[in-house]
Design a protein around this ligand. Structure first.
Ligand SMILES: [Zn+2]
Length: 347
């Protein structure tokens, strides 16, 4: 025993403390940031915390801390796996899996689904199967919108196109990139930045928001709650923080631009293309247990991000500022990430 400890101590001297710790415990090493600019991390981490307040704390914690400093936790939270398909609004449904989301919107002319999961198998056995479980007819699937040109978001699109004649929608840049890959669906619809697009009485607003990828597409989606109350949801195309400074700057500029449009539209619902980005697992569980009769609910819709301000009228614009604050938190988290890696971003 003594000899073992002596051997370990010598190994620690030879290899440095972190390597020795990993050797002793056989556990993965803690994430280290050798180039960190601690002062800037402190500045932006606390700024993000302040902007987040209490209502956005969980999302702040995920993006600024867990995702960056505790990748073993973040990765485990996003393991591929089945979750229950869920109705979030009268016309918005989750038909994705734990590792990547798919949001389906019901219109008077059929369904529009945002993202198609990793591959044909998932499109068939998760997305389409989820629709069936929710009582939605897959034959009425009309469009799949690709939020960005990474395989986990468009891998199942070709299957949906071939099987159900679904039209695939993406930005020009995303199409160009996807067309260089194999297993890409045939190009159907290309949408431009700022374009409004009406399907079956619903008008979607598209914005090209480069950063995570150059072809990321963000959308403002009108949704309706039980009892007929209208809300506006926003689905940002790609929150994943890019590695290099150029793309981080692009992403910040995109977030700021999208903030202007979402504020003007009165966005009050956050949905994301990964469940860790919108806390949708918890919100879906709440939605399934929401107490409602035919037309009214005792409990609020958990996806609506209104902030109640003491003394303010119900028409207070504060309730629409939550999404803007959410985007500002994302920007600060990008700045935290840059500072952890010793990168300097312009202010
Ligand atoms: Zn991606």
């Amino acid at each position: 025993m003594k000899l073992t400890r002596l051997t370990m101590a010598l190994a620690a001297l030879a290899l440095g403390a972190s390597a020795a710790t990993a050797q002793v415990t056989s556990l993965p090493a803690a994430k280290l940031f050798p180039n960190e600019n601690a002062e800037l991390v402190t500045l932006h981490l606390n700024k993000a915390r302040e902007i987040a307040g209490d209502d956005l704390f969980l999302l702040y914690q995920q993006r600024c801390i867990i995702d960056q400093a505790f990748p073993i936790v973040d990765d485990d939270m996003q393991n591929a796996g089945l979750v229950l398909p869920t109705k979030a609004f009268e016309d918005l449904y989750f038909v994705g899996q734990n590792g990547v989301s798919a949001w389906l919107v019901k219109t008077n002319a059929g369904y529009v689904v945002f993202d198609a999961l990793n591959n044909a198998d998932e499109a068939e056995n998760i997305l389409v199967d989820g629709m069936k479980k929710l009582g939605l007819n897959p034959a009425e699937l009309r469009f799949v919108v690709v939020t960005h040109e990474h395989r986990d978001h468009y891998g199942g699109a070709k299957y949906l196109q071939d099987t159900y004649g679904v039209q695939v929608v993406a930005s020009e840049v995303a199409w160009t990139s996807m067309e260089r890959a194999t297993g890409t669906p045939v190009r159907n619809v290309t949408v431009a930045d700022g374009q409004s697009w009406t399907v079956g009485g619903k008008t979607f607003q598209f914005f090209v928001t480069p950063g995570h990828t150059d072809g990321s597409l963000s959308t403002i989606i009108p949704v309706t709650d039980k009892g007929g109350k209208s809300h506006k949801a926003a689905l940002y195309g790609g929150f994943g923080i890019p590695g290099n400074v150029t793309n981080k700057v692009k992403q910040i500029q995109s977030l700021q631009r999208f903030g202007v449009y979402t504020q003007a539209a009165g966005v009050d619902v956050i949905i994301g293309n990964h469940q860790v980005q919108d806390a949708s697992l918890a919100k879906m569980d709440l939605a399934r247990h929401r107490r409602c009769d035919a037309n009214t609910c005792i409990d609020p819709n958990p996806f609506v991000i209104e902030k109640t301000v003491a003394g303010a009228k119900s028409t207070s614009p504060e309730k629409f500022r939550v999404y803007s604050r959410f985007l500002q938190v994302q920007e600060q988290c990008i700045r935290v990430n840059a500072a952890r890696n010793g990168q300097v971003l312009p202010l």
